[in-house]
Design a protein around this ligand. Structure first.
Ligand SMILES: Cc1ncc(COP(=O)(O)O)c(C=O)c1O
Length: 430
């Protein structure tokens, strides 16, 4: 059989995937195009898209406002290295929306945003240690890839790398603590408080909601020890509220990492936060040993900034976060109803905008209680949904866009009923 021209060469890409996301062969597909909340595959299937490019496409694919912004900017030029006239407007929009954003520096992706947040924190405080939480994802760089998915749990605060190729010297600068456990975090920090540069946290870790006072407690710990509080808002930014998790939970970090939606689907991310910290990046500032090298050929790329600005405009005009709550809540209620009818122990954990279907009983509040749930059932549930043309990341978040509608929720719930029935019949859940 002739291969589709687009699929003929995918074997040249090791793993046939762009990163760690690889679907099993039985449900793998090649994307032809996306429109709104739908994707079409090269073999002609139409899928309802609950992955949304892993988050960036919060207003759906090919939104006319974003398409025209990209076209207009493309005709004016793509990237100049010198300052352009779009990125400052995006920075102003971010500063209007995000409480901590006194200043904004653009980078290329979410990992760069967390990487630079940590470099800035270390330079500002003159300290080396960074505390992160077990199970938190902050991107692909060496500092972030610790305690992400430890097989046997971390011996707190010892940091174990999640990839080969990370030098031990890097691991010795990272501490790992249990998410949502302020008492243990405080105890781990006490002996090293004068060496701690930052606490970095996903305010909603994956889909785990923070317990009341957890984020405020971290704020207090940082203020007391002189460490900086860094919120990784790559997922929560503009999605939980226009001002992100810091607005939703009323806790202001010193710095935050923004990504995904701010590039409207093009590569763009940012570090936003306190001006006195971000000004350490000003080229040629007086040399005091704290100047931070921050650079990148495509930083602030004009097309990505134009796409991001159009996206944020639409999100603000349509009150995007509220729409995600409406649609996401309907989906979560629908899935829970299926589970009730089938006597399957499903919990839709996390905020409606990106809830995660989890099979198991009891409170799920940290990485260990999450991994103790039935992961095999969650994975197979996602695969069964994919077989029914519902595109989800198996055993992960279900991203909602403002382009989803109630008819699609109904279709997804019907598929979820069959998918749950299938995993129950296979004996994966009792
Ligand atoms: C919370 C969080 N931080 C950082 C990142 C890294 O962003 P990027 O993939 O754009 O480098 C991700 C990516 O999924 C993320 O979910």
């Amino acid at each position: 059989m002739m291969k589709h021209p687009a699929t003929a060469h995918v074997d040249l890409i090791p793993g046939n995937c762009f990163g760690t996301f690889k679907l099993p062969d039985e449900v793998a597909f090649v994307t032809d195009r996306g429109e709104g909340s739908n994707l079409w595959t090269t073999d002609g299937r139409r899928l309802i898209d609950f992955v949304l490019g892993s988050g960036p496409m919060m207003i759906g694919h090919g939104h006319p406002r974003v398409v025209s912004a990209i076209q207009e900017q493309a005709a004016r030029g793509t990237t100049f290295y010198a300052m352009n006239d779009v990125a400052p407007r995006l920075a102003a929009r971010i500063a209007d929306m995000v409480p901590c954003a006194e200043a904004v520096k653009f980078v290329g992706d979410g990992a760069q945003a967390t990487f630079y947040s940590l470099r800035l924190a270390r330079a500002f405080t003159g300290r080396d240690l960074v505390l992160k939480f077990e199970g938190a994802y902050h991107g692909h760089h060496d500092y972030a890839l610790h305690g992400l998915n430890p097989e046997h749990g971390t011996n707190y605060p010892v940091a174990r790398p999640d990839s080969a190729g990370i030098p031990g010297a890097v691991s010795s600068t990272i501490l790992v603590a249990p998410y949502n456990d302020l008492e243990t975090t405080t105890q781990l920090i006490e002996p090293v408080a004068d060496r701690l540069a930052a606490i970095i946290v996903e305010p909603v870790q994956r889909s785990l909601l923070p317990r009341p006072q957890f984020l405020a407690g971290l704020r207090g710990l940082c203020s007391r020890t002189g460490a900086l509080l860094v919120f990784d808002e790559v997922v929560t930014g503009f999605r939980l509220a226009l001002g992100g998790a810091q607005e939703a939970f009323g806790v202001e970090p010193d710095l935050c990492a923004l990504g995904k939606v701010i590039g409207g689907g093009l590569p763009l991310a940012a570090v936003a936060g306190r001006r006195d910290i971000l000004e350490l990046t000003i080229p040629g500032r007086p040399e005091d040993g704290r100047s931070v090298y921050m650079s990148g050929t495509l930083n602030g790329n004009a097309i990505a900034a134009a796409a991001g600005l159009a996206t944020l405009d639409v999100i603000a005009e349509e009150n995007g976060p509220a729409r995600l709550v409406e649609i996401g809540s309907a989906l979560a209620r629908g899935f829970e109803d299926c589970a009730y009818r089938l006597s399957v122990p499903l919990q839709m954990i996390g905020p409606p905008a990106f809830a995660d279907p989890v099979f198991g009983d009891g409170e799920i509040y940290d990485h260990r209680s999450y991994t103790a749930t039935n992961r095999a059932a969650a994975k197979q549930f996602g695969i069964e949904l994919l077989k029914r043309d519902i595109f989800v990341h198996p055993a992960s978040k279900i991203y909602i866009s403002t382009a989803h509608n109630y008819d699609q929720v109904e279709v997804a719930c019907k598929a979820a009923y069959e998918a749950m029935g299938s995993i129950r019949d296979r004996g994966l859940v009792e």
